[in-house]
Design a protein around this ligand. Structure first.
Ligand code: CP3
Length: 334
């Protein structure tokens, strides 16, 4: 008998501004963080893409920047601008007293997961946090920037202060993920979106070490929970990342070394990715072709289909449907 292998599929940012049903709720809730802390609405938003597309994974609706908020930083999301934080450069700039008090401030998120757990049917729930360096980037930059000048200078000129903050962020991320797991998350993804800014020793100290610690402690706490790492932009460092950090799944962006999929297969690490979200803005048969290319590239791997980054707000629903159809009709014999 031939064993047929179906490829599971979900999309980063599957709940978001490209969905009219999300925009409807958003139009009545101008405060984005408040929405993240409203378990009824946040669980409804998490389930919107599942109801529409029957995707295989439910991802918690929240944001990586709830952690700076929990640590006492001012975090706002401005319309058409993105996040805005009061920029900090030391632990002393935070209004931080204890880990448990901080997590209490955001404990509504665990209620969202508990609601999802009653409605998930057979689907997996993905909890998440930002990677410590990525969260630190927003805390120091004060929001989204192109140059990342402040964070780059900060880690060069004030290594000790920076590592102190990384230590706090690593510790709180671990406890935060544990609570998500206790509430029902079966997978956790660590979004290290700005890993690509660093090389060599800095990559080791600020990316590898904290992500390694998170993985070890999560596995010790709950060995069946699957951990997805996404050190975006790592290029040639993806390999050392996979060697040093205990990953069940490695999410890939567009640029990775040619032999990486083979290496991951040998190590038993599942590949997640990696259709470019820009492709979803194109028309015609190109989307189907590009989707097939991704499926073919990883046909020898255990593969979770996804994008190389989040869905863009201008994406058409019909284009998402095209991708799903190709993936659902694709079968590989293993
Ligand atoms: O994937 C999902 O559907 C789950 C929810 C989720 C959001 N943000 C909701 C959100 C997840 C997993 C995130 C992760 C996140 N947030 C990351 C890591 C992934 C990445 O994109 O690199 C980062 C860096 C953030 C920080 C953040 N949040 C930015 C820079 C912005 C503004 C720019 C943008 O893309 O909208 C946000 C806002 C945000 N987070 C929105 C959503 C649905 C849009 C808010 C709105 O205006 O309605």
């Amino acid at each position: 008998m031939k064993l047929v292998n179906k490829i599971p599929i979900w999309f980063m940012r599957q709940a978001g501004r490209y969905l009219p049903e999300y925009m409807e709720i958003r139009s009545r809730n101008s405060d984005f963080l408040k929405l993240c802390f409203d378990p009824e609405l946040a669980s409804e938003i998490s389930l919107q893409p599942i109801k529409r597309f029957d995707l295989d994974f439910i991802i918690l609706f929240s944001d990586i920047l709830v952690i700076p908020y929990a640590l006492g930083q001012d975090v706002k999301f401005l319309k058409n601008h993105g996040p805005l934080l009061n920029s900090i450069s030391s632990k002393r700039d935070l209004n931080y007293t204890s880990l448990y008090k901080s997590l209490n401030k955001i404990s509504n998120i665990f209620e969202t997961i508990k609601i999802l757990n009653t409605k998930k049917r057979s689907k997996n729930i993905i909890g998440f946090c930002g990677g410590p360096f990525t969260v630190l980037n927003y805390m120091v930059e004060g929001g989204t920037t192109k140059t990342h000048r402040k964070i780059k200078r900060f880690i060069k000129e004030k290594q000790e202060e920076a590592l102190d903050l990384i230590k706090i962020l690593t510790e709180i991320s671990i406890e935060y993920l544990k609570k998500q797991i206790e509430s029902g998350a079966t997978y956790v993804q660590i979004f290290e979106s700005w890993a690509g800014l660093l090389e060599r020793e800095e990559y080791m100290d600020f990316i590898i070490k904290p992500n390694h610690q998170i993985s070890e402690e999560i596995k010790a706490f709950s060995k069946h929970t699957k951990i997805i790492h996404f050190p975006r932009g790592s290029r040639n460092n993806y390999k050392v990342f996979a060697e040093e950090v205990n990953c069940d799944v490695l999410s890939l962006d567009r640029n990775y070394p040619k032999h990486l999929p083979n290496f991951l297969r040998e190590k038993g690490i599942t590949v997640q990715g990696n259709l470019d979200p820009e492709e979803l803005l194109t028309e015609g048969k190109r989307i189907e072709e590009k989707t097939k290319e991704v499926l073919e590239k990883f046909k020898k791997n255990n593969h979770i289909f996804n994008l190389s980054h989040g869905i863009l707000p201008k994406t058409k629903i019909s284009n998402i449907e095209k991708v799903i159809k190709v993936v659902r009709n694709y079968e590989t014999a293993k």
